[in-house]
Design a protein around this ligand. Structure first.
Ligand code: NAD
Length: 332
């Protein structure tokens, strides 16, 4: 069956009966159906009411086709679904626009098209950008969107596993008075919304956290490698650290030594998890934002070098960032 036929059938299956009592906030647009967005859009659609509409768009038509197939197969009900041909088409009738795109340049391109599509200004339209980009670019996009609605940043943590299970944590940068409107939307795709302050502050919080994570991960790999080389059993060493002052998420949950934590990526050849490329991206964004704020980061350049070198090592490329332990020559 061809793409257009299948998409058309899906739209027909989900199209709601005409209603004269139009509720506020029933038209959603979702842009960016990649690893995260695909699962988020699926959860959002399934948890909305049949009275709602979701219009979806990705520059990759294959992603839309896959999502159409999945929604058709699941018969989960939820909102009526349609697929757009362009970013300018996807949001025209939307009250809420959600974007989940790879980098700043994609967010800027998408919003240029989206904003051009509006014929009238509005202060009730809501733009929720879940992409991880730098806070000042996010503020720029927010300023250009201001005539057409309110733009907020809601980067997330929890990875593809959390996006699939609908258990993401969102770090929200938004005016306080909009929380009652934004939270229920995000909670259809996640389980926690942490309001960090005004627009841009969700991204600042996310980048500060991920900077710390980048350093903790390398330090944990070094400390574990050190202990093992001194003859310590890695499980014993992790047990000591995890009730002592060195305890951190990489030591306790994502321990880099295979077999210490059975559920950690290290115990499955570092597959899945948080890829080195994403860690490098977040570090780069944190460095940019730190320079703008005049904040001194002594360890950032070194950490970036470590991740860059690990990424170019064939044994480590594309794996969870805890693979730094392997890069250091840790015993597996
Ligand atoms: P991805 O590369 O898998 O998906 C991005 C999607 O956006 C792709 O399908 C691409 O075709 C589409 N796209 C690009 N430009 C577009 C445009 N102009 N209009 C419409 N669609 C466009 O990325 P991802 O892993 O889903 O990540 C999305 C964002 O979430 C990133 O900013 C990432 O840093 C962040 N994030 C990812 C993870 C993760 O584990 N993957 C975790 C937390 C946060």
């Amino acid at each position: 069956m061809g793409t257009s036929v299948r998409l058309w059938r899906l739209v027909r299956t989900h199209t709601r009966a005409f209603s004269t009592t139009r509720r506020q906030l029933d038209n959603y647009a979702f842009v960016g159906l990649g690893q995260m967005g695909f699962q988020m859009a699926r959860n959002l659609q399934a948890k909305l009411s049949p009275k709602d509409n979701v219009r979806l768009f990705d520059v990759n038509r294959g992603a839309m086709e896959r999502l159409a197939q999945e929604m058709e197969a699941s018969q989960a009900g939820g909102a009526a679904v349609s697929f757009a041909d362009s970013a300018s088409d996807v949001a025209q009738a939307a009250d809420v626009v959600i974007t989940c795109l790879p980098e700043t340049k994609h967010v800027k391109t998408a919003y240029t098209s989206i904003l051009e599509s509006f014929r009238s200004s509005s202060n009730s339209r809501l733009f929720i950008d879940c992409s991880t980009i730098d806070p000042s670019s996010s503020r720029e996009v927010a300023a250009s969107a201001s005539a057409y609605g309110v733009f907020v940043d809601a980067p997330m943590s929890g990875g593809v596993v959390g996006a699939t299970a609908g258990t993401l944590t969102f770090m929200l940068g938004a005016p306080e008075h909009l929380l009652p409107r934004i939270e229920p939307i995000l909670l259809r795709m996640g389980k926690r919304v942490l309001h960090c302050g005004p627009q841009g502050s969700g991204l600042s919080a996310k980048l500060a956290n991920n900077y710390l994570l980048a350093i903790n991960n390398i330090a944990t790999a070094e400390a574990m490698n050190l202990g093992v080389r001194w003859g310590l059993d890695p499980k014993v060493l992790a047990g000591v650290i995890n009730v002592s002052t060195g305890r951190c998420w990489p030591s306790e949950v994502n321990n880099p030594v295979p077999g210490v934590v059975e559920t950690a990526p290290a115990s499955r050849d570092y597959a899945g998890g948080f890829g080195i490329a994403l860690m490098r991206k977040d570090l780069r964004l944190a460095l940019t934002a730190a320079k703008e704020a005049g904040a001194r980061l002594e360890l950032a350049d070194k950490a970036s070098q470590v991740y860059e070198a690990a990424e170019s090592d064939e044994r480590c490329k594309g794996r969870d960032f805890s693979v730094v332990y392997r890069y250091l020559g840790g015993k597996e």
